[in-house]
Design a protein around this ligand. Structure first.
Ligand SMILES: [Zn+2]
Length: 236
């Protein structure tokens, strides 16, 4: 009987190992997804800022073109003033020139605003580039470690499962039945008792029951939760 009780303790320990590995294994894909998202966000954030710099450069060029176009219109209009026939025509040309000059002033102001934004963004982008690199590097490391951990846990769990089956087979048929029946309703089947409470449900054990447990000559179940209780002397 001693052998069976020790075997049950070992089996429970293996079952604990399998379940513990399982819960960690299940968490890993979420953790990987989270790291991947952080990488994506860092990339997007950097991309957004550097795209804006490119956009500003493009807009700046367009505005330079607009100014040049207006300048050449002004030059052309200026030359026309020499050949006008009427005052009315002359005034119209002057008004057009004034309008174009004001337009160019407006465009120049807009260009100043763009330059300022570009200036600010440029330093932010170079800082962000470094920051992004660091985030990506550390998150990629995290992912690598998680994948390694996953692989190791799968191996460890597989070994625990094989060992569990090997040990389980050694149990007498009726004990196997009891174990299976309890494992259908409880997360753990075997509770090691070292003092006066059930370590599964924390119910107090009677003095008489405890004495029976200490004899270690049969399989006893907790009267409250139904788990297999096994007394293990604390020196063991
Ligand atoms: Zn109990």
């Amino acid at each position: 009987m001693e052998d069976i009780l020790d075997l049950l303790v070992t089996i429970q320990r293996l079952d604990d190992d399998i379940k513990e590995a399982e819960s960690t294994i299940q968490e890993i894909p979420h953790k990987i997804t989270k790291s991947e998202k952080a990488i994506e966000e860092a990339h997007n954030n950097f991309q957004e800022k550097s795209n804006r710099v490119k956009e500003i450069k493009k807009m700046y060029k367009i505005k330079e073109g607009d100014i040049a176009e207006n300048e050449s219109k002004i030059t052309k209009l200026n030359s026309q003033t020499f050949s006008v026939k009427t005052n009315e025509e002359y005034r119209a040309i002057i008004a057009e020139i004034d309008y174009l000059k004001k337009e160019n002033e407006k465009i120049e102001d807009e260009m100043m605003v763009l330059l300022e934004e570009e200036e600010q963004l440029k330093s932010a982008v170079s800082e962000l580039e470094e920051e992004t690199k660091n985030i990506v590097e550390s998150k990629q490391n995290e992912i690598k470690n998680l994948e390694k951990e996953h692989e190791e846990l799968m191996t460890k769990q597989q070994q625990a499962k094989i060992s569990f089956d090997e040990h389980f087979k050694k149990l007498p048929q009726d004990t196997q039945e009891v174990y299976r029946r309890i494992s259908n309703v409880r997360d753990r089947v075997v509770c090691v008792i070292t003092d006066t409470t059930c370590t599964g449900c924390y119910a107090n054990l009677t003095f008489q029951f405890l004495n029976e447990l200490k004899k270690r000559n049969k399989i006893l179940l907790c009267g409250n939760c139904g788990r297999i209780l096994i007394f293990v002397p604390s020196t063991k």
